[in-house]
Design a protein around this ligand. Structure first.
Ligand SMILES: [Zn+2]
Length: 162
């Protein structure tokens, strides 16, 4: 899923859990749950920097999309935090950070080929929904993300919860 959606889910966790550590943990848990929802991800190739992926145009495009996505996720988090008191936005930011960290670690592994991250990377990959079992198209795979994002924004702005 896009980091923007993961950050939004983390913001929801951080809004309802006033403890920053708890918010961070819940944000992270939301990431692993959402990875199981069938969704569209931009194309990427296997391998790490050691295998030369940094020269691969598909990988480079993935990194460019991820950087743009991270910028949007950051702006969204700042925008949602701005309406809160400084005390509340620490938890909100911790939730958002927990929401995106699992994919940042995935990116770090691809860029560094760090041995300590390899086992994590395999686990994170295996935790993802199986596209062979649940095939998604661009439209259906984007729709599940839009619905998730809308659900998060509804949770944040619904008169029932604010
Ligand atoms: Zn993930």
């Amino acid at each position: 899923m896009f980091l923007t959606v993961h950050a939004a889910a983390g913001v929801v966790a951080g809004t309802f859990i006033p403890n920053p550590l708890g918010a961070f943990a819940a944000g992270m848990a939301s990431h692993f749950l959402l990875d199981r929802v069938p969704h569209y991800d931009p194309p990427i190739v296997d391998g790490t920097a050691k295998d030369g992926v940094l020269k691969n145009p598909v990988f480079r495009r993935f990194v460019a999309v991820a950087m743009f996505d991270l910028a949007i996720a950051t702006l969204l988090t700042i925008g949602l935090a701005a309406r809160l008191t400084p005390n509340a936005w620490v938890s909100l930011a911790a939730g958002a950070f927990g929401g995106v960290l699992p994919d940042l670690l995935f990116g770090l592994y691809r860029l560094t080929d760090s041995r300590s991250l390899r086992a994590y990377n395999t686990w994170h990959h295996n935790n993802h929904f199986n596209p062979k079992k649940y095939p998604v198209t661009f439209v259906s795979g984007m729709s599940t993300q839009l619905v998730t994002l809308a659900f998060c924004l509804f949770a944040l702005f619904s008169p029932l919860t604010t």
